[in-house]
Design a protein around this ligand. Structure first.
Ligand SMILES: Cc1ncc(COP(=O)(O)O)c(C=O)c1O
Length: 491
């Protein structure tokens, strides 16, 4: 039986035999933690491997293997014939284990920069970016149809390449093969005349928004922002110190006339012309020209966030604003989070020729690019034609899911979605029943004159959509009946 000072800690080690992590790794992590937090004194002898193995119901070989690993790490020393000891180098200066009767640590708020302290208090709540799709999760593509086998094959092929080619620092602007593939994709599919040199590869659209904001906007300068609008982009620009001007949107997109009235001077405008986030409208051509002309006159830039321009249900894709940007005011941002998957953290910025040198300087001297191996796999995925066939397939699947949602909603929710209790209450109740619906107010920078719920469907199977509509109908019915009772008792 183990009896030393750290003995009780050793006996409290929990091994989970059903976990994916090997038993030896679990023991190694636990033992390392006990040693590093002072469960044993420097130079103290550990129990014999046979004893520890018996006490933890493990094989002796497992314990010996773990002792060997910790000897190799320098935490333990093995002395022939005498046993295994905690390394003498681990003297009293190492951290002590937390005592359960110790007074709780007093946490003082860290001193932030003035700009970040202000930003943190203005961020929109984005905590709920989901990992698993359920009805009606937004922002996730259909994982069930992702061509995993092709992806794994390209990935393995890449890792078999020459080490010198794959292990060093990559090109900070982005992998040339991917920049070329993207330029060709944008020319062919989005009607944008561009060269590969104008494209910079970044860690997702979020990083692009922050990069653009910190490069082009002085803290306190005005940025036109769609209201309601994209929460992540909003936060990226707030983090740069931008003063966001909430500009109303309607069925034609950003109200440029209102924007000019609210803030004729502006440094940047943020728009989602292909699919206004969250309302879904396509920006009209008239508004596009009005925006480009306002930007030209103010000497301002425009961010076009084309986050899901690949997905449309009528014959032709909504045009990119960048394709009619004759004066070079538009900075186009694309992402693979929708067309492939968000865990990639891969996006790109297409800048006008006048900004190419500036972005090149920033990428090479400061940001240093994003993982080469992800870029190489994506580049080959595009070049081999897998990307366009995947996107084409997803379009069909999304159309089907869109139609199922519309049909079910028309049948089951008609007349119920303007019930009186706030939509926030409804979304909270819906969440308790395992469905997630976002109130429009979550996307609002300033109050908007309408209510609504955003229902995502892309990552949700038709079966889950149908069941989700039923649950939502029940939640809405419960609210309506409660509101009815309140009305009766008020009479
Ligand atoms: C409006 C909008 N733009 C862009 C993105 C993609 O951002 P990222 O590329 O950082 O995943 C999202 C993700 O949900 C989004 O909602």
């Amino acid at each position: 039986m183990v009896k030393r000072a750290g003995g009780s800690l050793l006996l409290s080690i929990q091994i989970n035999r059903d976990a994916q992590q090997p038993v030896s790794t679990q023991l190694c992590i636990a033992l390392r933690e006990i040693i590093l937090t002072g469960g044993f004194l420097a130079g103290e002898r550990l129990p014999a491997s046979r004893t520890l193995a018996r006490d933890l119901s493990l094989s002796r070989n497992t314990v010996i293997e773990v002792f060997d690993r910790l000897v190799a790490e320098g935490l333990l020393e093995s002395r022939t014939g005498a046993g295994t000891f905690v390394s003498a180098a681990l003297n009293q200066d190492r951290p002590k284990p937390e005592q359960s009767d110790a007074p709780p640590l007093v946490k003082t708020a860290p001193q932030l920069s003035g700009m970040m302290a202000q930003a943190v208090s203005r961020f929109g709540d984005r905590k709920r970016l989901p990992h698993v799709a359920r009805a009606f999760t937004t922002a996730l593509p259909a994982f069930d149809v992702f061509p995993m086998a092709q992806w794994a094959r390209l990935s393995a092929k890449y890792l078999r390449s020459a080490r010198d080619d794959i292990l060093g620092y990559g090109d900070p602007d982005g992998l040339p093969q991917l920049r070329r593939a993207l330029a060709s994709h944008l020319r062919v599919n989005r009607g944008i005349a561009c060269e590969a040199e104008q494209i910079f590869i970044v860690g997702g659209a979020q990083q692009a928004f922050h990069l653009i904001g910190s490069t082009l906007v002085n803290p306190g300068e005005n940025v036109w922002f769609e209201n309601p609008g994209a929460i992540g982009a909003r936060n990226s620009l707030i983090a740069c110190g931008a003063n966001l001007v909430p500009v109303p949107v309607d069925g034609e997109g950003l109200r440029v006339d209102e924007a000019l009235r609210l803030s004729p001077q502006f440094r940047l405008a943020f728009v989602t012309p292909s699919h206004q986030q969250p309302m879904g409208n396509v920006m009209s051509l008239e508004r596009r020209f009005a925006l480009l002309s306002a930007a030209e006159q103010a000497g301002a830039w425009v961010i076009e966030d084309d986050y899901d321009g690949e997905f449309y249900f009528t014959g032709r894709p909504p045009p990119a604003l960048k394709s009619v940007d004759t004066n070079g005011r538009v900075i186009y941002v694309g992402t693979f989070s929708k067309s492939l998957f968000p865990a990639l953290r891969l996006g790109y910025v297409l800048v006008p020729p006048t900004l190419v040198d500036t972005f090149g300087t920033i990428m090479s001297n400061f940001l240093s690019g994003v993982p080469s191996h992800t870029q190489a796999i994506v580049a080959e995925f595009i070049d081999e034609g897998f990307f366009s066939s995947h996107v084409r397939r997803m379009r069909l699947i999304y159309r089907e899911r869109h139609d199922v949602l519309l049909a079910c909603a028309q049948q089951r929710l008609a007349g119920m979605l303007d019930v009186k209790p706030t939509h926030i209450t409804i979304s909270r109740d819906a969440l308790q029943r395992q469905i997630s619906v976002s109130p429009i107010s979550r996307y609002a920078l300033a109050p908007v004159p309408f209510n609504g719920l955003v229902l995502g469907y892309a990552g949700v199977s038709p079966k889950l959509i149908t069941a989700g509509v039923e649950v939502l109908a029940q939640v809405l019915e419960a609210h309506m009946s409660l509101a009815g009772k309140r009305k009766d008792s008020a009479k």
